[in-house]
Structures are given as structure tokens and as C-alpha cells.
Write a protein that binds this ligand. Structure first.
Ligand code: HEC
Length: 160
């Protein structure tokens, strides 16, 4: 993304500069040294304006794109599957569990940031439920891929 913007930027700057030089070219008879200098000055101005005018929006766009990829309050890049897991977590788990990456503060079940469970344990808890005396977690809250995505997500972000 950054490389692409820089290429677009460079091409635009070169086109602007060449256009400025062409526009300011005069017939040889009238083109004294001072005209040549003012042509270069004009070209330089166009170059600077184009670079600044494009560079700032492009840099901001890149920043925003990077934020979108991060998309959690913590500094972990999520895969697509983990992002799907994050959505599912918010809908199915956040009422009972605390997890900073989902801004969830549930207290019925254990705090997942403290527990820092492996993906396999999370998946097992989702599929089988839990009733070991510290409250109940219903069986089969999610199934199949959904359970895997959530497990993957929790393992990636818990405790971060
Ligand atoms: C209705 C409340 C509730 C919901 C919803 C809920 N849990 Fe739980 N969860 C609990 C409770 C209570 C425990 C502890 C049960 C126990 O100790 O017997 C628990 C335990 C766990 C554990 C620890 C298991 C272990 O063996 O230590 C994990 C991991 C977990 N939950 C993940 C999730 C995920 C992921 C979701 C969403 C799919 C979810 N929970 C949804 C209440 C809930």
C-alpha cells in the first residue's frame, strides 16, 4: 500500500513538473536566460505543491488503513479468521468474560486476560461448556469453524 502510493506520488510529481516546463516554454527568440529561470521556478513550485498535496492525504490514508487492520484496542494484527472470531466473541462471550481486546468486562466467567488460555482449551470450553462449580457456561455456544475462529482469536489476544 505504501509502495503503491509512493509510486503514484512520484509519477504525479514528474507529470506535473514536465507539464509545467512544457507550458512555460517560449519561442527561442523571446526565451532569454531570465525566462528559463522563471520556467524552472514555476516547475519547482508545481512540483512542491503536487508532492505536498498528494503526500499528506496518502500518508493519512495509509495510517487509517493500518488502524483498520489492527481493529482492536491492543496492538495485535488479526487474521481474517481471528477478526471473524472477534465478532463472534462480542456476540457470544463478552457478557460473561473479560477480554481487553474486545472491550468486554463480563465477570460471570473467568477473566480471559488473566487465564490466557490456549486455543485448544477455549475450543473445548465452547464445545463442551463448563460447570465445575464457578458458575455455568452453556454447552455448544458455537460449533465447527465458528468455535475454532473464536478460540484462535482468544488465544491470540488474551493477556495482551
Ligand atoms: C453465560 C455466561 C458465559 C458465556 C456466555 C460464556 N462463558 Fe465461558 N465460562 C463461563 C463460566 C461461568 C466459566 C467457568 C465455569 C466453571 O468454572 O465451571 C467459563 C469458563 C470459560 C473458559 C475456561 C475453561 C477452563 O477449562 O478453564 C474459557 C476459555 C471460556 N469460558 C471461554 C468462553 C468463550 C470463548 C465464550 C464464547 C463462545 C464463552 N466462554 C461464553 C461463563 C460463560
Amino acid at each position: 500500500m505504501l509502495v503503491a502510493s509512493l509510486i503514484v506520488l512520484a509519477v504525479a510529481a514528474v507529470i506535473g513538473t514536465v507539464a509545467a516546463l512544457v507550458v512555460t516554454r517560449r519561442p527561442a527568440s523571446t526565451a532569454g536566460p531570465s525566462r528559463r529561470v522563471s520556467g524552472l521556478f514555476y516547475a519547482g513550485t508545481v512540483f512542491v505543491v503536487v508532492v505536498i498535496g498528494l503526500a499528506i492525504p496518502f500518508l493519512l490514508m495509509n495510517e487509517n488503513a493500518a488502524d483498520a487492520e489492527r481493529n482492536t484496542p491492543i496492538d495485535v494484527r488479526l487474521t481474517e479468521a481471528q477478526s471473524a472470531g472477534r465478532q463472534l466473541f462480542i456476540a457470544n462471550c463478552s457478557t460473561c468474560h473479560t477480554l481487553a481486546a474486545s472491550n468486554s468486562v463480563g465477570t460471570t466467567g473467568p477473566n480471559l486476560d488473566k487465564l490466557r488460555p490456549q486455543a485448544a482449551l477455549v475450543e473445548n470450553a465452547i464445545l463442551l461448556g463448563r460447570a465445575r462449580g464457578n458458575g455455568n457456561m452453556p454447552v455448544g455456544l458455537l460449533l465447527g469453524e465458528d468455535a475454532k475462529h473464536v478460540a484462535d482469536y482468544v488465544a491470540a489476544v488474551a493477556g495482551r
